[in-house]
Design a protein around this ligand. Structure first.
Ligand SMILES: Cc1ncc(COP(=O)(O)O)c(C=O)c1O
Length: 267
């Protein structure tokens, strides 16, 4: 298509180096970016094509992206959403589904998480009426100190929600063993760890694929970006259904809140 050819030409002329020039040798005094945009004319052409399609809800690009994410992590399904925080909210909310029977997360149940983490790893636990139980971290990884994990389990514990801090996998082997022993759900907040791998029982797999549900953030400072955005993913068909139901439930709640606000009420 002519317009896409022109977009590529434009990119070559006006975006020649992105934020990183991998060709240029590093010189003392050069700025070292901790993050930056790495893209080329294909991204610019895709951007133009998606805009011209003018599909205002998730369309073919989002569906392709979801399939790509599921393939990259090695899970059955991935769902694109508005942020990593939204992905964490969907993941924890999915655990409250009646589809899960006795293992369903109820108000007043406990969810174990780490004392140092991201705010929106913890908020979804509180938003769903559950109680976060904090376990300290260990230096130098800033990941959960697994020696203290089992002490935090009570008869009210239903799940463990943990971040792979700064991309360094937590001790998945110990955490999974504890979850299996006490029949707990495991959610991996994988927002900082896209591309990290872990070896368990001789098998090396991407982080995010070891728990029952995993999440990603595509906010720009992360490994790949969609501008903003996130994904929630799982290989458990029941949890996949619960994630979708939570997303629909959230949308209905927003519409209800908007209607109540318009009608001058409170919620
Ligand atoms: C570990 C972790 N979880 C969740 C999030 C939230 O992602 P978002 O900013 O897309 O809402 C972030 C964001 O940086 C994060 O680092």
């Amino acid at each position: 298509m002519r317009i896409l050819k022109l977009a590529r030409e434009y990119a070559r002329e006006f975006h020649p180096l992105c934020d990183f020039n991998h060709e240029a040798p590093f010189k003392e005094g050069d700025r070292i970016n901790y993050a930056g945009r790495v893209y080329d004319e294909e991204e610019i052409a895709n951007l133009v094509e998606a805009s011209l399609e003018f599909w205002l809800t998730p369309g073919r690009f989002a569906r392709d992206f979801e399939r790509g994410i599921a393939r990259a992590i090695g899970v059955a399904s991935a769902f694109y959403c508005s942020s990593g925080s939204a992905a964490n909210l969907l993941a924890v909310s999915a655990l409250t589904s009646p589809l899960l029977g006795d293992r369903r997360l109820l108000r007043g149940d406990e969810v174990i998480t780490a004392a140092a983490g991201f705010p929106t790893t913890v908020f979804p636990i509180v938003q769903n009426g559950a109680i976060p139980v904090f376990v300290d971290i260990a230096m130098p990884t800033y990941n959960i100190n697994v020696a203290q994990l089992e002490n935090a389990v009570s008869h009210k514990t239903k799940a463990v929600v943990l971040v792979h801090t700064l991309g360094n996998p937590f001790d998945i082997s110990a955490v999974k063993a504890c979850c299996q022993k006490y029949n707990l759900w495991l959610i991996e907040d994988n927002c900082d760890a896209f591309g990290s791998e872990y070896t368990l029982a001789g098998e090396t797999k991407p982080t995010g694929s070891f728990g029952d549900i995993g999440t990603l953030s595509f906010y720009p400072p992360h490994h790949i970006t969609t501008g903003g955005g996130g994904a929630v993913f799982t290989s458990n068909p029941l949890l996949a259904k619960s994630c979708l139901v939570s997303a629909i439930g959230g949308a209905i709640a927003l519409v209800q809140a908007a209607l109540i606000t318009r009608a001058g009420g409170t919620f």
